[in-house]
Write a protein that binds this ligand. Structure first.
Ligand SMILES: Nc1ncnc2c1ncn2[C@@H]1O[C@H](COP(=O)(O)OP(=O)(O)OP(=O)(O)O)[C@@H](O)[C@H]1O
Length: 267
């Protein structure tokens, strides 16, 4: 007897990587990375310096070529058919920032341009101003990015990604170089995005204030995935397999305002 199949729609993962390898400068940087990120998930990418976190994110977004494997975004292969307008990316730093004569408002507004579209959508200016307010730069919208501090430039990049109201937000160490009050504002923003169902992939050096927002953690070591599952436990647990015993704790005492969760990972 034949059984009727249910008509349930199976949603493709937002990010799917199968067997991804990357070689740069003759070196294998990533080897056999499998990764799947479901819609609405907040995934932390952890690992020691040089373990391949930025390279993985760049490979997932087609910024660096893969030598093996495949990547799909929202079910589409990397390339022109991938829905780039649904994706916001905040790179670790903006090397060209020193030479960017544009104002913060102009840079953030440019986040609304994608593909071959050179026309801004209705309400672009309002949206850009709102995004700048989200990162506490409402009073600097007309300042040139090249005259800003590194932390302020980072906040402009975050606003440039947020202005797209992305369904997938990819952040490479978003709070490095940002002062503590602005970090807290940004954590609130990420919490709101999570509530609204945004899928987030975030590279972090430590979970820190993001810990309560992280659904899953992937740990890289020497370009391979060595953990994919629950986020690491709070720092201080030396039995933890993520714990790096090889370097001094930068912050051995809990802060006076109370303990924060953090993790150190090492090779
Ligand atoms: N364009 C490149 N050419 C050659 N090697 C590269 C290139 N980009 C990165 N690498 C090397 O790849 C390795 C992984 O770098 P990657 O920036 O992905 O690590 P990461 O985990 O993000 O480190 P960090 O936490 O310091 O940002 C490093 O050894 C780095 O030197």
């Amino acid at each position: 007897m034949s059984k009727a199949m249910p008509h349930a729609t199976v949603e493709a993962p937002v990010v799917r990587a199968d067997g991804v390898g990357v070689a740069l400068g003759g070196q294998h940087i990533l080897t056999g990375v499998d990764l799947s990120v479901a819609s609405g998930e907040v995934l932390a990418l952890l690992g020691a310096n040089g373990s391949g976190k930025s390279t993985l994110v760049r490979a997932l977004l087609g910024v660096v070529p893969t030598s093996t494997g495949t990547v799909q975004l929202f079910g589409a292969p990397l390339g022109p058919s991938a829905p780039w307008s649904r994706i916001g990316y905040v790179p670790q730093r903006l090397p060209a920032a020193a030479g960017v004569p544009s104002t913060a408002l102009e840079v953030v507004t440019s986040g609304l341009l994608h593909g071959r579209t050179l026309r801004l959508p209705h309400g672009a200016r309002r949206r850009a101003l709102d995004a700048l307010a989200e990162v506490d730069l409402a009073d600097r919208v007309h300042q040139r990015v090249q005259d800003m501090s590194g932390g302020q430039q980072q906040r402009v990049l975050i606003a440039r990604a947020l202005v797209r109201r992305p369904d997938l937000l990819v952040l490479d160490e978003p709070t490095s170089g940002i002062d503590i009050p602005t970090q807290a504002t940004f954590v609130d923003t990420v919490a709101r995005l999570r509530e609204s169902g945004t899928t987030i992939v975030v590279i972090l050096h430590e979970l820190g204030p993001f810990a309560p927002l992280i659904d899953r953690a992937v740990v890289l070591r020497h370009g391979r995935v060595v953990h994919d599952g629950a986020p690491p436990r709070p720092r201080g647990d030396h039995a933890d397999s993520f714990h790096d015993h090889t370097h001094a704790h930068p912050d051995p005492e809990p802060p006076p305002t109370g303990p924060t969760l953090s993790v150190e990972v090492g090779p």
